[in-house]
Design a protein around this ligand. Structure first.
Ligand SMILES: Cc1cc2nc3c(=O)[nH]c(=O)nc-3n(C[C@H](O)[C@H](O)[C@H](O)COP(=O)(O)O)c2cc1C
Length: 131
């Protein structure tokens, strides 16, 4: 049994529209559920913050594919470590566009409640710099 990895990265979006986000969500929820990967993707109007959890091999392959995607650039991995158990429900991928100051957003609050303390801080900062 391969190790379970928790991985987060930040990147910069390239001409992102609501259609782009919908397209990424459709691809991701289908693929990720199939291979047992879960997590979420936030877009703040300028940058992405994505967290992925799944087996090491699957995530290595998926991240290589994501890095090549022209819809964003400058992927910087900010968390990459083994975990004992998955902490997000098996929903594949939740994609959420967040607006600056939208701290009361229910989906954001739900995702945040499942994050470790370090990730919570990154999510809060990410939200504060939103475009
Ligand atoms: C910010 C961002 C996050 C993405 N996250 C995922 C993901 O979690 N799972 C996934 O299958 N594809 C994700 N994608 C899409 C992949 O980059 C890629 O388009 C998709 O896997 C299809 O790959 P292919 O065209 O090489 O077959 C993401 C794309 C972007 C821009």
């Amino acid at each position: 049994m391969s190790k379970i990895i928790h991985l987060s990265y930040i990147s910069t979006g390239h001409f992102i529209t609501d259609n782009t986000l919908q397209d990424i969500e459709n691809t991701s929820s289908a693929f990720n559920s199939k291979v047992g990967v879960t997590g979420f993707l936030l877009f703040n109007g300028a940058n992405f913050l994505q967290t992925l959890q799944g087996s090491e091999k699957t995530l290595t392959d998926l991240l290589a594919r994501i890095k090549k995607d022209p819809r964003h650039y400058g992927v910087v991995v900010v968390q990459d470590h083994p975990i004992e158990a998955m902490t997000f429900p098996n929903w594949g991928m939740r994609v959420k566009r967040i607006a600056r100051g939208g701290v009361g957003d229910a989906t954001f609050a739900e995702l945040r409640s499942m994050a470790d303390p370090e990730l919570k801080t990154m999510m809060d900062n990410f939200m504060a710099i939103g475009g």
